[in-house]
Design a protein around this ligand. Structure first.
Ligand code: MGD
Ligand code: MGD
Ligand code: SF4
Ligand code: MO
Length: 748
């Protein structure tokens, strides 16, 4: 009998846009993937990566069985053997060298998986190590630090209310390619067109005339790393021309005068030659931002992963506030996610307590941020002997061998570990160093809910997808792998089924904490009753059901009849639209003062460093990164559908620069930085600013000992050979843009 075609609905877990997908299957085969027109946020949009979930699911290179490495030979083993071997190795290192000898690296897809969001942090906590690293410190920690200091919580990051604004300034982001980041907004092309059709304007500030810039009404190229100066020029103008309008929030803002002082030296004339934007253009942007009824400034990678990421992010928040656009429709707004965010009953931050600098790294005394150490110092901690040295590493969904700065050094360091365990789906540049690899299921074999990304969504959305396929009978789910490993490493006496015991402990602790929290919608409920109500589920779906039910739209276990539950979401597979963003000040402000702190001392002080850097002079060439629609950091290059066609790992440079160097299109050129050198084919391209060159990241798949056949045929070069682990932002974030480099033609 012919099998029937089934259509399942799934939120795409690959990037931050959270598109709804229709997955068409027949038996165990995916026959088609389309955008789900009924998804309230993406409305049918999908990109080529979403479509490639089929190829990812079918990829013969994707790991399906646990593997143990003996020398250079990998052997597929049973799950029992893999857990035993991993525990033996990790335990032996811990017994010899102590808890902090176990390092952890958490990669980007962890933010896109329920297991990563709900369980991995439990395992990390149980290890009791200080050596925790993640992709966050190569990405968005400037946003978290600025949010905590200004709005009182690391997650209080305002998002542009793109669907209602009249004037959007995008600085250092390319959402038409990246599909948006810290701004969950699928189909940005349409959203921008809609903005322009209603008479609004898009302004882009980027050293490259990106696809996003090409759709803009105005584009200014900027010298990499000088955004803080450009923004100080705007702030200066706002004060000088008396364009400040914070009346609505005046009662809730501290520090306006300090900001005025901080910007007083930075007139547009003063900053213009450094950022290479005309003084009149800077003034015009300031005036337009102030005069538009609703305006929003949005910054992302180009403004975070540079030497002044935190100062720049702070200034973006400052400008949104000074122009009256903070927490206003069409400005930048705080979300109210279904799984709970900051609420009126959340505790204010205590004076002086921030998630920064509570301890320092051993080797270079780098401050902790958000409970982690910056990736920039991971190699130091592996290489340097002594107490607290990382001797074993556990990686979860990460590929730091390609993604981290000065990666040649890090690659070498990974090879020196005594023991390494990875939970991943590929044998790649990082996991080739592991002694044991546990394969995570394919995205189609896992349930999904975008816990992290709905916190930054331009509408409040709640959407749960069940797994499309069930797991092979002997294969644990990703969260079970994590708990199993946690049990193996625990010295506690756990019950017969340790995974179930740990899972039950976790939900029990969460419920108990919530019922005793004043202000909780289930305050003083009986924990046992709640646990009973949740008992039909286990794993992430139980935790999620709980979070949703106690969240702002939840049924509050009876106190809010008709409210959201996971069961309700299961009956609504396209997702539930909880409406546009709403103003949330003052309840959202968790600073000790209960106000927006517009001039946090820690950040304002960093302006001095900015001044010094300006005095240092310019390097002839500066390297920046670039993303590509058919790529996703380092790990989707094994899918032919995404890598076929023209070579994309090329070095962009401007015609004038090419002429000076005597280079023609396609010729190879040597790029040298403090940390290393590489060769790449020149792609002469006048969309890039003279003096600036760009390379995409995530390539460089020629290393031996991997099992990514397609990727190694399209190896490319790894730009992180050139990025410098000694360069950091105030927050400890890596600097991935604006790297001083020298170019040398290759003489035959
Ligand atoms: N030069 C330069 N470097 C950069 C950047 C840049 O712009 N320029 N960008 C930075 C940014 S923003 C980021 S976020 C980082 C990313 O840095 P990483 O997170 O270290 O790297 P990824 O390439 O995302 O690697 C993801 C890993 O997860 C695995 N994986 C995929 N899906 C799953 C899953 O469902 N479960 C598990 N367990 N594993 C899975 C993949 O096989 C891969 O090994 O790179 C950073 N590096
Ligand atoms: N297709 C695709 N989508 C992705 C990813 C991917 O790898 N591929 N990665 C995902 C991840 S992990 C993230 S974090 C997001 C990132 O999302 P985005 O930040 O939107 O993506 P980028 O392409 O890194 O955009 C950074 C922009 O900053 C510019 N830039 C570089 N230096 C400077 C500077 O000094 N000043 C200014 N003003 N601009 C500068 C670059 O030219 C680039 O256009 O994308 C996500 N989505
Ligand atoms: S834009 Fe992002 S979420 Fe949407 S289909 Fe593409 S990869 Fe998936
Ligand atoms: Mo990222």
């Amino acid at each position: 009998m012919e099998k029937e075609k089934v259509v399942s609905y799934k939120t795409c877990p690959l990037c931050e846009a959270t598109c709804g997908l229709e997955i068409h299957t027949v038996g165990k085969n995916v026959v088609d993937i389309r955008g789900d027109k009924l998804d309230p946020l993406s409305k049918g949009y999908l990109c080529p990566k979403g479509y490639s979930l089929k190829e990812l699911h079918d990829d013969p290179d994707r790991i399906r069985k646990p593997m143990i490495r003996e020398g250079t030979v990998w052997r597929e083993v049973s799950w029992t053997e893999a857990f035993r071997e991993a525990a033996k190795g990790l335990r032996s290192v811990r017994e010899k060298y102590g808890s902090s000898s176990l390092g952890v690296y958490i990669g980007n897809p962890s933010a896109h998986t329920l297991a990563g969001q709900l369980y991995f942090s439990q395992l990390v906590r149980s290890l009791g190590t200080k050596n925790v690293f993640s992709a966050s410190t190569m990405d968005q920690v400037p946003k978290h630090l600025a949010a905590e200091l200004m709005f009182g919580d690391v997650i209080n990051i305002p998002v542009p209310d793109i669907d209602r604004t009249d004037y959007l300034m995008i600085i250092g982001a390319n959402p038409l390619v990246s599909n948006g980041s810290m701004m969950t907004a699928p189909n940005m092309r349409k959203r921008i067109k809609d903005l322009q059709n209603r008479g609004g304007k898009l302004v882009v500030i980027d050293p490259v005339k990106t696809i996003t810039a090409q759709q803009a009404d105005v584009h200014h190229m900027i010298r990499p790393g000088t955004d803080a100066l450009f923004l100080l020029g705007i702030v200066h103008t706002l004060f000088k021309e008396e364009l400040i309008s914070i009346e609505r929030l005046a009662h809730y803002v501290n520090g306006v005068e300090e900001v005025r002082k901080a910007a007083s030296d930075f007139s547009p004339e003063e900053v213009s030659s450094l950022c290479e934007i005309e003084a009149d253009d800077i003034r015009k942007v300031a005036r337009d931002l102030a005069s538009s009824p609703k305006a929003a400034v949005y910054g992302r990678m180009g403004t975070c992963t540079q030497s002044f990421g935190t100062v720049t992010t702070w200034l973006i928040n400052v400008i949104n506030t000074l122009t009256g656009n903070l927490d206003r429709e069409g400005g930048v707004m705080f979300t109210n996610p279904a799984t709970g965010g900051v609420t009126a009953s959340s505790k204010r931050r205590k004076e002086g307590s921030i998630h920064f600098g509570r301890f320092h790294s051993r080797t270079r005394s780098v401050p902790e941020v958000l409970g982690e150490l910056p990736v920039n110092t991971m190699a130091d901690e592996i290489e340097n002997p002594g107490d607290g040295q990382v001797k074993a590493l556990l990686t979860f969904a990460g590929n730091p061998a390609l993604s981290a700065p000065n990666s040649k050094r890090l690659q070498k360091a990974l090879g020196q570990l005594d023991f390494m365990v990875s939970i991943d789906i590929y044998l790649n540049e990082t996991t080739r160093n592991a002694n044991v690899i546990f394969p995570a299921p394919s995205p189609l074999e896992k349930a999904h809910y975008d816990l992290a990304l709905y916190k930054f969504s331009v509408r409040n959305i709640s959407n749960y997808s069940k797994s499309v396929f069930s797991l092979p009978s002997d294969m644990p789910d990703e969260w079970e792998i994590i708990l199993h490993l946690m049990a193996e490493l625990s010295d506690e006496d756990l019950e017969k089924d340790p995974v179930e015991a740990l899972d039950t402990n976790l939900i029990t602790a969460m419920v108990k904490k919530e019922v005793s929290r004043t202000g909780s919608p289930i305050f003083e409920y009986e924990a046992v009753k709640i646990l009973e109500e949740l008992s039909g589920r286990k794993g992430p779906s139980r935790l999620l059901d709980f979070l949703i039910r106690v969240g702002p739209y939840g049924d509050h276990f009876g106190r809010n009849p008709g409210g959201l539950t996971l069961a309700y979401l299961e009956e609504h597979p396209h997702g539930v639209d909880l409406g546009p963003l709403k103003p949330r000040i003052p309840e959202v402000l968790l600073t000790p003062s209960g106000k927006v702190e517009l001039a946090p001392e820690l950040i304002v002080r960093d302006i001095e460093r900015l001044r010094q850097k300006c005095a240092d002079g310019k390097s002839k060439f500066m390297l920046i990164g670039r993303r590509d629609l058919r790529s996703n950091n380092s790990w989707m290059h094994n899918l032919e559908g995404l890598v076929k066609g023209k070579e994309r790992c090329t070095l962009w440079l401007h015609t004038k620069d090419a002429q000076q160097l005597g280079l023609s299109n396609g010729e190879r050129v040597k790029v040298i930085s403090r940390t290393g050198e590489l060769q790449a084919a020149a792609e002469i391209n006048d969309n890039i600013m003279p003096g600036v060159i760009s390379l995409p990241h995530g390539w460089g798949h020629q290393l031996s000992g991997t099992r990514i056949e397609t990727a190694s045929k399209h190896a490319g070069v790894n730009m992180n050979i050139l990025t410098d682990d000694l360069e950091t932002d105030l927050s400890g974030n890596a600097v991935l843009n604006g790297i001083p480099v020298v170019l040398e033609p290759i003489l035959n």
